[in-house]
Design a protein around this ligand. Structure first.
Ligand code: DAH
Length: 338
Protein backbone atom coordinates (compact mmCIF):
# COMPACT_ATOMS: atom_id res chain seq x y z
CA UNK A 1 0.00 0.00 0.00
CA UNK A 2 2.94 2.30 0.75
CA UNK A 3 3.99 1.64 -2.83
CA UNK A 4 0.78 3.18 -4.09
CA UNK A 5 1.57 6.30 -2.10
CA UNK A 6 5.10 6.45 -3.54
CA UNK A 7 3.85 5.93 -7.07
CA UNK A 8 1.32 8.71 -6.76
CA UNK A 9 3.95 10.98 -5.20
CA UNK A 10 6.20 10.41 -8.22
CA UNK A 11 3.28 11.11 -10.54
CA UNK A 12 2.44 14.36 -8.77
CA UNK A 13 6.07 15.45 -8.84
CA UNK A 14 6.33 14.71 -12.55
CA UNK A 15 3.12 16.42 -13.51
CA UNK A 16 3.48 19.63 -15.37
CA UNK A 17 1.07 21.62 -17.50
CA UNK A 18 0.26 25.13 -18.55
CA UNK A 19 -3.26 24.29 -19.56
CA UNK A 20 -6.07 25.37 -17.29
CA UNK A 21 -8.16 22.35 -18.29
CA UNK A 22 -5.37 19.84 -17.74
CA UNK A 23 -4.50 21.27 -14.33
CA UNK A 24 -8.15 21.15 -13.30
CA UNK A 25 -8.51 17.56 -14.54
CA UNK A 26 -5.41 16.61 -12.57
CA UNK A 27 -6.82 18.25 -9.43
CA UNK A 28 -10.05 16.26 -9.74
CA UNK A 29 -8.18 13.01 -10.38
CA UNK A 30 -5.74 13.42 -7.47
CA UNK A 31 -7.36 15.72 -4.90
CA UNK A 32 -11.04 15.53 -5.83
CA UNK A 33 -13.66 14.18 -3.42
CA UNK A 34 -13.56 10.89 -5.36
CA UNK A 35 -9.89 11.20 -6.20
CA UNK A 36 -6.85 9.01 -5.62
CA UNK A 37 -5.77 10.60 -2.34
CA UNK A 38 -9.27 10.30 -0.92
CA UNK A 39 -9.18 6.60 -1.86
CA UNK A 40 -5.85 6.15 -0.06
CA UNK A 41 -7.29 7.78 3.06
CA UNK A 42 -10.15 5.28 2.84
CA UNK A 43 -7.58 2.44 2.60
CA UNK A 44 -5.84 3.82 5.69
CA UNK A 45 -8.51 2.19 7.87
CA UNK A 46 -7.29 -1.29 6.85
CA UNK A 47 -3.61 -0.60 7.49
CA UNK A 48 -2.26 -2.64 10.42
CA UNK A 49 -1.98 -0.54 13.56
CA UNK A 50 1.81 -0.69 13.83
CA UNK A 51 2.16 0.75 10.28
CA UNK A 52 -0.48 3.45 10.71
CA UNK A 53 1.96 6.09 11.96
CA UNK A 54 4.43 5.82 9.08
CA UNK A 55 1.67 5.44 6.49
CA UNK A 56 -0.30 8.39 7.86
CA UNK A 57 2.80 10.58 7.70
CA UNK A 58 3.50 9.65 4.08
CA UNK A 59 -0.11 10.17 3.10
CA UNK A 60 -0.27 13.63 4.65
CA UNK A 61 2.98 14.57 2.92
CA UNK A 62 1.54 13.40 -0.39
CA UNK A 63 -1.58 15.47 0.09
CA UNK A 64 0.46 18.58 0.92
CA UNK A 65 2.73 18.01 -2.04
CA UNK A 66 -0.24 17.69 -4.40
CA UNK A 67 -1.81 20.86 -3.03
CA UNK A 68 1.42 22.85 -3.32
CA UNK A 69 2.00 21.59 -6.84
CA UNK A 70 -1.46 22.64 -7.94
CA UNK A 71 -1.09 26.13 -6.43
CA UNK A 72 2.23 26.53 -8.19
CA UNK A 73 0.88 25.50 -11.59
CA UNK A 74 -2.24 27.65 -11.16
CA UNK A 75 -0.29 30.77 -10.31
CA UNK A 76 2.01 30.11 -13.25
CA UNK A 77 -0.90 30.27 -15.70
CA UNK A 78 -2.48 33.15 -13.80
CA UNK A 79 -4.79 32.43 -10.95
CA UNK A 80 -7.52 34.53 -12.47
CA UNK A 81 -8.25 31.98 -15.15
CA UNK A 82 -9.55 29.69 -12.43
CA UNK A 83 -11.89 32.28 -10.95
CA UNK A 84 -15.61 31.80 -11.11
CA UNK A 85 -17.01 33.05 -14.35
CA UNK A 86 -20.26 34.95 -14.27
CA UNK A 87 -22.97 34.54 -16.88
CA UNK A 88 -21.54 37.38 -19.00
CA UNK A 89 -18.24 35.57 -19.22
CA UNK A 90 -16.55 38.26 -17.16
CA UNK A 91 -13.75 37.31 -14.84
CA UNK A 92 -14.99 38.71 -11.55
CA UNK A 93 -11.66 38.30 -9.83
CA UNK A 94 -9.90 40.72 -12.18
CA UNK A 95 -8.49 43.82 -10.48
CA UNK A 96 -11.03 46.63 -10.74
CA UNK A 97 -10.42 49.52 -13.12
CA UNK A 98 -9.43 52.38 -10.88
CA UNK A 99 -11.72 55.38 -11.03
CA UNK A 100 -9.77 58.58 -10.57
CA UNK A 101 -11.54 61.30 -8.64
CA UNK A 102 -11.46 64.72 -10.24
CA UNK A 103 -10.54 67.83 -8.30
CA UNK A 104 -11.61 71.47 -8.35
CA UNK A 105 -9.61 73.71 -10.64
CA UNK A 106 -7.37 76.10 -8.65
CA UNK A 107 -9.17 79.11 -10.15
CA UNK A 108 -12.52 77.67 -9.06
CA UNK A 109 -11.14 77.14 -5.56
CA UNK A 110 -10.01 80.75 -5.37
CA UNK A 111 -13.21 82.10 -6.92
CA UNK A 112 -15.32 80.11 -4.44
CA UNK A 113 -13.25 81.38 -1.55
CA UNK A 114 -13.67 85.00 -2.71
CA UNK A 115 -17.43 84.46 -2.96
CA UNK A 116 -17.58 82.95 0.53
CA UNK A 117 -15.63 85.85 2.05
CA UNK A 118 -17.94 88.48 0.57
CA UNK A 119 -21.09 86.47 1.29
CA UNK A 120 -20.23 86.63 4.98
CA UNK A 121 -20.59 90.43 4.89
CA UNK A 122 -23.83 90.50 2.93
CA UNK A 123 -22.80 90.45 -0.74
CA UNK A 124 -24.80 88.35 -3.19
CA UNK A 125 -23.55 86.92 -6.48
CA UNK A 126 -24.61 88.21 -9.90
CA UNK A 127 -23.60 87.22 -13.39
CA UNK A 128 -23.72 88.71 -16.85
CA UNK A 129 -23.06 87.63 -20.44
CA UNK A 130 -19.55 87.14 -21.83
CA UNK A 131 -20.61 88.57 -25.18
CA UNK A 132 -21.46 92.15 -24.38
CA UNK A 133 -22.67 95.27 -26.16
CA UNK A 134 -20.75 98.52 -26.19
CA UNK A 135 -23.10 100.15 -23.69
CA UNK A 136 -22.54 97.67 -20.87
CA UNK A 137 -18.83 97.09 -21.46
CA UNK A 138 -17.82 100.70 -22.20
CA UNK A 139 -20.31 103.55 -22.66
CA UNK A 140 -22.33 103.21 -19.46
CA UNK A 141 -19.04 102.93 -17.59
CA UNK A 142 -18.06 106.41 -18.70
CA UNK A 143 -15.44 105.37 -21.29
CA UNK A 144 -14.96 108.28 -23.68
CA UNK A 145 -15.51 107.39 -27.34
CA UNK A 146 -11.82 107.60 -28.16
CA UNK A 147 -10.62 105.71 -25.08
CA UNK A 148 -7.73 103.38 -26.03
CA UNK A 149 -9.34 100.42 -24.23
CA UNK A 150 -11.88 100.32 -27.05
CA UNK A 151 -9.06 99.85 -29.50
CA UNK A 152 -8.80 96.75 -31.63
CA UNK A 153 -5.61 96.03 -29.66
CA UNK A 154 -7.42 95.16 -26.49
CA UNK A 155 -10.87 94.04 -27.44
CA UNK A 156 -12.13 91.01 -29.33
CA UNK A 157 -14.97 92.31 -31.45
CA UNK A 158 -17.74 89.95 -32.46
CA UNK A 159 -19.61 92.52 -34.56
CA UNK A 160 -19.01 96.13 -35.57
CA UNK A 161 -21.67 98.89 -35.81
CA UNK A 162 -23.22 98.42 -33.42
CA UNK A 163 -20.24 97.02 -31.55
CA UNK A 164 -20.59 93.66 -29.88
CA UNK A 165 -17.48 92.30 -28.17
CA UNK A 166 -16.25 89.73 -25.70
CA UNK A 167 -16.38 91.57 -22.38
CA UNK A 168 -13.01 92.98 -21.41
CA UNK A 169 -13.89 93.16 -17.70
CA UNK A 170 -16.64 92.11 -15.31
CA UNK A 171 -17.46 95.78 -14.67
CA UNK A 172 -20.13 95.28 -17.35
CA UNK A 173 -22.10 93.28 -14.77
CA UNK A 174 -22.20 96.32 -12.44
CA UNK A 175 -24.14 98.16 -15.09
CA UNK A 176 -26.59 95.30 -15.59
CA UNK A 177 -27.17 95.00 -11.83
CA UNK A 178 -27.70 98.74 -11.34
CA UNK A 179 -30.10 98.89 -14.28
CA UNK A 180 -32.21 96.14 -12.78
CA UNK A 181 -32.09 96.60 -9.00
CA UNK A 182 -32.84 99.39 -6.55
CA UNK A 183 -30.26 100.29 -3.90
CA UNK A 184 -29.08 99.12 -1.46
CA UNK A 185 -26.99 96.90 -3.73
CA UNK A 186 -24.22 94.67 -2.44
CA UNK A 187 -23.05 92.25 -5.11
CA UNK A 188 -20.02 90.49 -6.50
CA UNK A 189 -19.77 89.25 -10.07
CA UNK A 190 -17.26 86.54 -10.85
CA UNK A 191 -16.55 85.61 -14.44
CA UNK A 192 -14.29 85.18 -17.42
CA UNK A 193 -13.05 88.16 -19.41
CA UNK A 194 -11.19 88.46 -22.72
CA UNK A 195 -8.46 90.70 -24.07
CA UNK A 196 -6.62 90.70 -27.31
CA UNK A 197 -3.18 90.03 -25.81
CA UNK A 198 -0.28 87.88 -26.90
CA UNK A 199 -0.18 84.82 -24.66
CA UNK A 200 2.81 84.64 -22.32
CA UNK A 201 3.60 83.63 -18.76
CA UNK A 202 2.24 86.97 -17.55
CA UNK A 203 -0.64 87.66 -19.96
CA UNK A 204 -3.41 85.63 -21.50
CA UNK A 205 -6.21 86.33 -23.94
CA UNK A 206 -8.73 85.26 -21.33
CA UNK A 207 -8.64 85.40 -17.57
CA UNK A 208 -10.97 85.77 -14.62
CA UNK A 209 -12.16 88.63 -12.49
CA UNK A 210 -14.45 89.21 -9.57
CA UNK A 211 -16.22 92.55 -9.62
CA UNK A 212 -17.66 94.08 -6.47
CA UNK A 213 -20.31 96.77 -6.12
CA UNK A 214 -21.84 98.46 -3.10
CA UNK A 215 -24.47 101.18 -3.55
CA UNK A 216 -26.41 102.79 -0.71
CA UNK A 217 -26.89 106.14 1.01
CA UNK A 218 -23.73 107.57 2.60
CA UNK A 219 -21.27 104.98 1.31
CA UNK A 220 -17.77 106.42 1.73
CA UNK A 221 -14.21 105.66 0.75
CA UNK A 222 -13.65 104.49 4.34
CA UNK A 223 -16.25 101.75 3.77
CA UNK A 224 -14.39 100.69 0.65
CA UNK A 225 -11.06 100.58 2.45
CA UNK A 226 -12.41 98.63 5.41
CA UNK A 227 -14.20 96.12 3.17
CA UNK A 228 -11.04 95.50 1.19
CA UNK A 229 -8.91 95.19 4.34
CA UNK A 230 -11.37 92.61 5.68
CA UNK A 231 -11.13 90.73 2.37
CA UNK A 232 -7.32 90.79 2.29
CA UNK A 233 -7.04 89.47 5.84
CA UNK A 234 -9.58 86.70 5.23
CA UNK A 235 -7.89 85.71 1.98
CA UNK A 236 -4.22 85.95 2.87
CA UNK A 237 -4.13 85.87 6.67
CA UNK A 238 -4.65 88.16 9.66
CA UNK A 239 -1.24 89.86 9.39
CA UNK A 240 -1.80 90.97 5.78
CA UNK A 241 -1.41 94.67 5.09
CA UNK A 242 -3.00 96.64 2.26
CA UNK A 243 -1.85 99.73 0.43
CA UNK A 244 -4.05 101.97 -1.73
CA UNK A 245 -2.39 103.94 -4.51
CA UNK A 246 -4.19 106.68 -6.49
CA UNK A 247 -5.11 105.53 -9.99
CA UNK A 248 -7.49 106.21 -12.82
CA UNK A 249 -10.53 104.33 -14.11
CA UNK A 250 -13.25 106.04 -16.17
CA UNK A 251 -16.00 104.58 -14.00
CA UNK A 252 -14.71 105.55 -10.55
CA UNK A 253 -13.77 108.86 -8.95
CA UNK A 254 -11.55 108.83 -6.98
CA UNK A 255 -9.89 105.62 -8.15
CA UNK A 256 -7.20 103.50 -6.57
CA UNK A 257 -5.22 100.34 -7.02
CA UNK A 258 -4.78 98.07 -4.05
CA UNK A 259 -1.64 96.18 -3.14
CA UNK A 260 -1.41 93.46 -0.50
CA UNK A 261 1.74 92.59 1.39
CA UNK A 262 3.47 89.75 -0.42
CA UNK A 263 2.45 86.50 1.23
CA UNK A 264 5.17 84.57 -0.62
CA UNK A 265 8.15 86.34 0.98
CA UNK A 266 6.24 87.87 3.93
CA UNK A 267 7.14 91.31 2.51
CA UNK A 268 10.87 90.64 2.71
CA UNK A 269 11.15 90.99 -1.07
CA UNK A 270 11.15 88.29 -3.72
CA UNK A 271 10.97 88.09 -7.50
CA UNK A 272 7.15 87.74 -7.44
CA UNK A 273 6.71 91.11 -5.70
CA UNK A 274 9.78 92.44 -7.53
CA UNK A 275 11.44 93.13 -4.18
CA UNK A 276 8.82 95.70 -3.19
CA UNK A 277 7.09 93.55 -0.55
CA UNK A 278 3.71 94.37 -2.10
CA UNK A 279 1.62 93.04 -4.98
CA UNK A 280 -1.20 94.73 -6.84
CA UNK A 281 -4.37 92.65 -6.77
CA UNK A 282 -7.24 94.96 -7.67
CA UNK A 283 -8.58 98.27 -8.92
CA UNK A 284 -11.27 100.14 -7.02
CA UNK A 285 -12.88 103.47 -6.33
CA UNK A 286 -16.07 105.40 -5.67
CA UNK A 287 -18.58 104.81 -8.46
CA UNK A 288 -18.55 107.88 -10.73
CA UNK A 289 -21.86 109.81 -10.48
CA UNK A 290 -22.09 109.65 -14.29
CA UNK A 291 -22.19 105.85 -14.07
CA UNK A 292 -24.93 105.94 -11.44
CA UNK A 293 -26.99 108.26 -13.61
CA UNK A 294 -26.34 106.15 -16.73
CA UNK A 295 -27.86 103.23 -14.85
CA UNK A 296 -30.88 105.12 -13.51
CA UNK A 297 -29.66 105.67 -9.96
CA UNK A 298 -30.01 109.15 -8.45
CA UNK A 299 -26.47 110.25 -7.63
CA UNK A 300 -27.72 113.01 -5.34
CA UNK A 301 -29.15 110.36 -2.99
CA UNK A 302 -26.87 107.39 -3.49
CA UNK A 303 -23.16 106.78 -3.61
CA UNK A 304 -21.16 103.60 -3.80
CA UNK A 305 -17.87 101.86 -4.29
CA UNK A 306 -16.71 99.27 -6.79
CA UNK A 307 -13.69 97.06 -7.18
CA UNK A 308 -12.42 94.49 -9.64
CA UNK A 309 -9.82 91.85 -8.91
CA UNK A 310 -7.95 89.29 -10.98
CA UNK A 311 -8.56 85.72 -9.86
CA UNK A 312 -5.35 84.42 -11.47
CA UNK A 313 -3.30 86.99 -9.59
CA UNK A 314 -4.78 85.94 -6.27
CA UNK A 315 -4.31 82.26 -7.13
CA UNK A 316 -0.67 83.04 -7.98
CA UNK A 317 -0.19 84.46 -4.50
CA UNK A 318 -1.99 81.61 -2.78
CA UNK A 319 -0.40 78.77 -4.75
CA UNK A 320 2.85 80.33 -6.00
CA UNK A 321 2.01 79.63 -9.64
CA UNK A 322 4.16 81.86 -11.80
CA UNK A 323 2.94 81.03 -15.31
CA UNK A 324 -0.61 82.00 -16.31
CA UNK A 325 -0.66 79.47 -19.13
CA UNK A 326 -0.69 76.58 -16.66
CA UNK A 327 -4.27 77.36 -15.69
CA UNK A 328 -5.67 76.53 -19.11
CA UNK A 329 -3.36 73.75 -20.29
CA UNK A 330 -5.36 71.01 -18.55
CA UNK A 331 -2.22 69.16 -17.51
CA UNK A 332 -3.20 66.62 -14.87
CA UNK A 333 0.20 66.88 -13.21
CA UNK A 334 -0.55 70.55 -12.52
CA UNK A 335 -4.24 70.20 -11.70
CA UNK A 336 -3.87 67.30 -9.29
CA UNK A 337 -1.78 69.44 -6.94
CA UNK A 338 -4.72 71.46 -5.63
N1 DAH B 1 -12.41 96.83 -14.67
C1 DAH B 1 -11.09 97.08 -14.20
C2 DAH B 1 -10.09 96.24 -15.02
O1 DAH B 1 -10.49 95.34 -15.65
C3 DAH B 1 -10.94 96.71 -12.76
C4 DAH B 1 -11.71 97.63 -11.89
C5 DAH B 1 -11.11 98.80 -11.44
C6 DAH B 1 -13.01 97.35 -11.52
C7 DAH B 1 -11.80 99.66 -10.63
C8 DAH B 1 -13.72 98.22 -10.71
C9 DAH B 1 -13.08 99.39 -10.26
O2 DAH B 1 -14.96 98.00 -10.31
O3 DAH B 1 -13.77 100.22 -9.44
O4 DAH B 1 -8.93 96.53 -14.99
Amino acid sequence: MLNKVHELKAEVEAFNSASVQEIEAFRIKVLGSKGQIKALFDDFKSVPNEQKKAFGKELNELKQLAQQKLELLKSAVGNTSFAAENKFGEDLSKPAIEKELGARHPLSLVRNEIIEIFKRVGFNVSEGPEIEDDWHNFSALNFPEEHPARDMQDTFFVEKNPDISLRTHTSSVQVRVMENAKPPIRTISPGRVYRNEAISARAHCFFHQVEGLYIDKNVSFADLKQTLLYFAKEMFGEDTEIRLRPSYFPFTEPSAEMDVSCSICKSKGCNVCKYTGFLEILGCGMVDPNVLENCGIDSSIYSGFAFGMGVERIAQLKFSVNDLRLYSENDKRFLSQF
